[in-house]
Structure formats: structure tokens, C-alpha cells
Design a protein around this ligand. Sequence first.
Ligand code: SF4
Ligand code: SF4
Length: 302
Amino acid sequence: MTEPKKLDPKDITEPINILIVGVGGQGVIMVSKVLAQICQNLGYQVKQSEVHGMAKRGGVVFSHVRFGTQVWSPTIPVGKVDVLIALEWAEGLRWMNYLRPDSGVFIADTKRIVPPFACRSRVLGADIGYSKDTPADIREKVAEAFALDATEMATKAGNERAANTLLLGALSTTLTFPTEEWRNVIAKMVPPKTIDVNLAVFDQGRNWIERSRHGEPVEGGAFVPLVQPEVSRERTELVITPEWCKGCDICVKMCPEHCLILNKDQIVELAEPEKCTGCHICEWLCPDFAISLNPITQEVSL
Ligand code: SF4
Ligand code: SF4
């Protein structure tokens, strides 16, 4: 197989364009900040623009990063993105038309965060308004595409929130920047106690792309059918990770059954478990992944 050409700002007069997309809470801005910092460290002009601020699940977040010997505009025109990094599957699909048709590289986490408004009905087995496209469906539409279950891989490595760093590892394979530069900047930007896991998943992301480019078998590329758990009082288990809860009150306010409260330490608690229907609203809205629902004993494939 021919080794794909890596992007090097020294080789081209136009800026290199990287678009990072996802939803609130996934760490899109951290990815773009790491990239922008590396570009600065290496002496390139870099411009970054972003839209964020939706402190809830489902809120769109994206960041344009452009770098090279000279960069005028901070935003990337449609059809000019060299690499599209998607931290959420449907967001990746939504921005695909920004890729260069002949050479754009699409790298997406297959993680799906279904926004609450996509849940059209709380009836058992109700259809979810979320893209049904799979990696196989998009393969022909882009020059090069990678779909990996970065969130699951990061979870197995010890920190679900490091999925964005795993995708930084994937992104790093498309550029000529020295690996040590990536690792140094990441180590400075992540919380000190998560440096080890972040550097481990960075390497994992690099290896995953490089191995799959060489046709070697890789784990973590599975794309399972989207399923909607059946609502069941008896089978629902709501799990709270107190150290991730910042007490923002979103879940408490939005729970249709009013069964959540903030305790005296401003951490969420399930005060009335018997009322919880397992509707997932709190899980989908929490910007900090502090609530998860494990209610599934029977699933309905969509
Ligand atoms: S899953 Fe339970 S606690 Fe969460 S919003 Fe639904 S009813 Fe409320
Ligand atoms: S679990 Fe905590 S951080 Fe998450 S929405 Fe509820 S109050 Fe906010």
C-alpha cells in the first residue's frame, strides 16, 4: 500500500485547515488548543476560531484551526478542510461537505450522543431522530475515512474523557510534526493526574490509524446498531459519578419526574428512585458525563 502523504506547512503556500467538531462536554476546544499551541511552538502562523458555550449535551461545538507560513482568515471555507476530526458521529457527518473532495481525511469517533430533542417520544421502541449512516455508508464519499470507537477505547484505558486525546493521536498521523512535540504540549494542557492516561491513549490513537492504514487488524472500530433502551422501572440503574458533578442543576431542573436533587455538597443525588423511569434525559443533558443509565435488559434495534 502507498504511504499516504503527510501534510507539511513548509511544502504548501496555502494554510493547512483542520476542523474539529463535537458537542458540549467532549473537549473539542482542548483538541484545537493543543494543535494551535504546537503550531505556534514550531513557528507557524496559526488562527483558531470556535463556536461553543452550550453547557449541555447536544449543543454543537466546533473549532477551525488554520496554520502555515501566512494565514489571513480564521475560518475555513466549505470544501477546503484537510482533516475533519469528529468527536461525535452525527456531528462528523454533518460537516463532511467541508472536506476537500479529492484529499480530505475524515477521522471520527463512532460515539453517538443523541440529543434529547431527537427523542421524539417516550413510548417503548420509539424511533430516534438520529442519523442511521454507518462508516460503510460514507466510505465512498470521502478520500480517506477512519471510524474508531475512541470513547470506548479511552474508557478501557481508564478515562472516558481522554477520547479527545486519542483523536489527537489519530490527527497527529496526518501531519509531519514531531511526536514528542505533541506529547509535551498534551502533558502541559491536561490535568496533572491524567497525564499518563492521556499520553497512553494518544499513542493508541496513533497506532490505530497507522495500523489500519497498513491493513492490519485493529480493535475499536466496531459500529453497533443504535439501540433505544426500553423504559422499565424495575431494570433501570442510575449511576452517579460524584467527583464529576459540578452541581450545575441542569439534570435536576430537566428531570420530568422531579426525582433528582442537589445535596448539601451541591452534588446530584437520586432522591426518589421509585419515580425514575430511566428516560435518559439526565444522562444526555449532563455536560460532565456524571450520570449514566444502565437499564438495558432488552433492546430494540433501530
Ligand atoms: S432517567 Fe430518571 S432521574 Fe434521569 S431524567 Fe429520567 S426520570 Fe429523571
Ligand atoms: S450530574 Fe451534576 S454536572 Fe451533571 S447535569 Fe446534574 S448537576 Fe450538572
